[in-house]
Design a protein around this ligand. Structure first.
Ligand SMILES: [Zn+2]
Ligand SMILES: [Zn+2]
Ligand SMILES: [Zn+2]
Length: 252
């Protein structure tokens, strides 16, 4: 995925100027018809909602869709490294930094941000209220990206919302908030969220507990644990983030 999109981008510089216009118009008409097909087939006759984005952005070959999927894949790979030693974690952070640099023009684009939340909403509506766990993981990854786009300049808010999406209830709340000005697709989810217990997730064992029984990490005051043992066991993973989070908090 990653390699492919980079290759596509490089194509722009590959061909000569004389044929450029012809190729550009061919691509434009191909894209138009592909978008029309995607819109009509995806909707299957009904009024398909794109939750604040557009059919074109949802096309599998759109730049937005490729970037979003590349991000999800990156986090999937990262999760595989998660329980390994610290050097692997550094490696994951380095990969993420490259993604951010490569995609900064999209991360700064409000339309891309809207698309990421719209795509998350689509996945949520397909997930049977998050019962489909594999879709749940994709939604979390997408929201992580969406929140980064939206709040990257305000780290305190970013960490708060990032913490919220560790629970199912938190995920629904973010989706409701991000789509309510565009459509009513999350209305049912909103009702479901209200009936859920107000739980938070322990960062150590990743189980849900009533929020008032979780305690914050002394260092960063951001991550929460359900007991001391979970915090101690998670420290080798959290150590470097903890330092980074406390520093960014101090700056706010
Ligand atoms: Zn909608
Ligand atoms: Zn725990
Ligand atoms: Zn901490």
């Amino acid at each position: 995925m990653g390699k492919k999109s980079r290759r596509n981008r490089n194509k722009k510089t590959g061909h000569d100027a004389a044929s450029a216009t012809a190729i550009a118009s061919a691509i434009a008409s191909a894209t138009d018809s592909a978008t029309a097909i995607a819109a009509s087939s995806a909707g299957s006759g009904t009024n398909q909602c794109f939750h604040g984005s557009t059919a074109g952005k949802f096309h599998p070959k759109s730049e937005y869709m490729k970037a979003a999927k590349e991000y999800v894949e990156m986090l999937r790979q990262e999760a595989l490294l998660d329980n390994q030693d610290g050097s692997k974690k550094q490696q994951a952070l380095a990969i993420r930094r490259i993604y951010d640099e490569d995609h900064m023009y999209l991360i700064k684009d409000p339309e891309f941000c809207r698309f990421v939340f719209a795509f998350s909403t689509k996945k949520y509506l397909e997930s049977n209220n998050l019962k489909d766990k594999s879709r749940g993981l994709v939604i979390r990854a997408l929201l992580h990206l969406g929140l980064f786009c939206r709040y990257r300049t305000t780290p305190k808010e970013l960490h708060k919302y990032d913490r919220d999406i560790r629970t199912d209830r938190g995920i629904i709340k973010v989706l409701v908030r991000e789509t309510k000005t565009h459509c009513k697709c999350m209305n049912e989810g909103k009702v479901i969220a209200k009936t859920m217990d107000i739980n938070g997730k322990c960062h150590g064992c990743l189980e849900e507990f009533p929020k008032e029984t979780l305690s914050f990490c002394d260092g960063c005051q951001l991550l929460k644990y359900h007991n001391r043992e979970c915090q101690i066991n998670h420290w080798h993973i959290h150590k470097s983030d903890c330092k980074r989070f406390s520093e960014s908090n101090a700056k706010v």
